[in-house]
Design a binder for this molecule. Sequence first.
Ligand code: ADP
Ligand code: MG
Length: 767
Amino acid sequence: MNDRKKQTLKTYFGFDAFRPGQEEIIDHILAGRDVLAVMPTGAGKSLCYQLPALLMPGITVVVSPLISLMMDQVKALNEAGVHAAYINSSLTENQMAKALELAKTGQYRIIYVAPERLETPRFLDFACHAELSMVTVDEAHCISQWGQDFRPSYVRILDFIRQLPVRPVVSAFTATATERVREDILTSLSLEKPYETVTGFDRENLYFEVKRTREKKLRVRKYLEDHREESGIIYCATRKNVDELYLYLENEGFSVGRYHAGMGAEARKVSQEDFIYDRIKVMIATNAFGMGIDKSDVRYVLHYNMPQSMENYYQEAGRAGRDGEPAECILYYSPQDTVINRLLLESKEHSREYTEEETERIQAQDMERLRRMEAYCLTSKCLRSCILEYFGESSIEKCGNCSNCLEEFEEVDVSEAAADVVRCVGVSGQRFGSAMIAGILLGENTAKIRNYRLEQSPVYGRQSSMGQAMLREVIRTMTERGYLWQTPDRYAVLKLTDLSEELLEPGASFVISCKKKEDRPSAAGKRKSAQLQDLTERGKELFEELRKLRAALAGKRKVPPYVVASDRTLREMCIRIPLTKEEMLEVHGMGQKKLEQYGEPFLEKIQTVTKGDRASWGAVPRAEADDTLSGKDFSGGFPEDGKASPLTDGKSRGRKAEFCLTEEIRSGIRYVPEISLSEFAAQINDLRDASAMKRLTVKWLTEKLTEQGCFQVQIQNGYARTVLTDRGANAGFRAERRISAKGHPYEVFFCTEAGQRFLVEMMEQIL
Ligand code: ADP
Ligand code: MG
């Protein structure tokens, strides 16, 4: 079975490995067990029911809420060689009858159906006479009245299942993680001892950034200028913002479209299709745009305004990078966003079905969600950990792939100011919000302060030398750490807590970390087109050619380009330069069926462009090519000419000095019997002044050792592998072969004491 699973995965879907959670779900389904799977957007839920559908004897019926979503999935399945069909209101009665006729004869393995079609006599007749192996409920949260997307017709799914002569396996999938919604799904579908799983919410390939700025238009324009070739979505809070931004960007010559509920159904449809078929690059939209957008190569999601909750944010941001490739999620925040969202929430109409008490509770909940969202925009902690904690997952402290982890922070001792804040909140009677408290401490001369005679307070003007922004930051951090408490209502009054007094004790210390002042380009800007960075100049040329070919093939078959091949697939072609069908099959995303359909035109194009000269066209990723390609880190590919290889890695900041082996570092090195090359580099990096000097990288060491003849680069299957030479072994290096998750061999290098001394000497000579 294992083999069949893997084989099906490769043949029909073109993937070499399962993503986290997928295999377990598939196994349980195949064992005949019901399943309830909660997986974040983009995690790959479809595969979890599509793959078993191919391995089980009968037909799988997939209930799905949106017509566009169904059509896309069915198209993609047929492209992959899986016979599938859909039944929904877009078909005429005749077409529907015909589809069901064919279904009866066993033409299709998978049939997508809209919930309201399930109980039509025609569909029931078919379902009762066909062999159904599974009923899958996609977007299963639509069954819950507590979710945002409640669909009454979903509630009737259970009636349908009960009318079947034999109960098939029932599986349900959603990205909504709350306990309540999960409960609703379990009971409303009456799942029988289901295998329940919640897959990790982390999306490693997504880079998160918050930009506090009032110049949003300008920032967004700059971002688009740097990412012209990529598809992206920009979410705005209101229709008005969408229209404004759309006109502005269109005027600036960008390829943009828009989408919001104020537009007619037809206009929305056209706009959505333009985006999916790559006729426009950027979609500017309200949150009405989203569910059912399966476009997998969205490279960035920008938020022009802060959304109202983390749930909304993560779902929208999660539409970036569904193909697993690096993608960026940037939120542009200004305090105005909080004000507007508060107003929106306050004026939100609540259903009359709720009692006053219930309405109040919902309102309070909304405000609390907004507060947490705001906290995300203001925090200096790792953004990813902030998100994961919100969804109840513990995580590492620093992810290294968000603006807060990459940004440089400085520690500032603000003990005095913090103590004054406590005093000020106390003497003013714990009845004001942070703007007022800051105003008093800054010594502002406002009517409100005078009204309350607070200019006579002993703390008035005590922190006048501190900037307003900084003081607000102190107050915010105090709240975040529990030294103050902010009432959750609209007045957001600051109150003292049990901890507050600690700050008044002699010797109490309060240190906050602040972003360094200079206005540097965003961390994201530095990662510009990360996914193309590992291509050589020639590789990029080839990529463009392949992209054109993909567009042409997609046009011919009337499918979106990403259904033909993902960016990652094209990029791998540019790196590996496959010249035969066998080599083409090695490329991520190229299964047997895809190969049959598109293999030849791609092979031909690669042959014509490169003339089969793999050595000078293919980029040469470093030995751990699999990691490089899995999207974690694109800083590692050796440029083909081997020159442009500074000592820095992608994450170092601009203004530091290049690494050099100072006397201080040299004398600090401790030689050990054996250590891996990367640990040795790490040891040296620990000895340097990290704030002033860039890192020594393993990449650089590897290159220099190659120049010295200790290592050698060999090309195998289009991958460069660095291997040890005799000279290297004599100099005190040892290689251990490892096999990557993808089954590719690579080497890990170790240095004996002699090797370590060799390295130091080498550095002394070069640096
Ligand atoms: P979800 O429904 O969970 O939001 P999808 O099923 O639309 O996600 O899958 C998102 C993307 O992930 C798709 O482009 C799909 O091809 C890809 N994908 C799914 N499983 C794998 C896998 N095992 N390896 C690589 N890519 C995968
Ligand atoms: Mg899905």
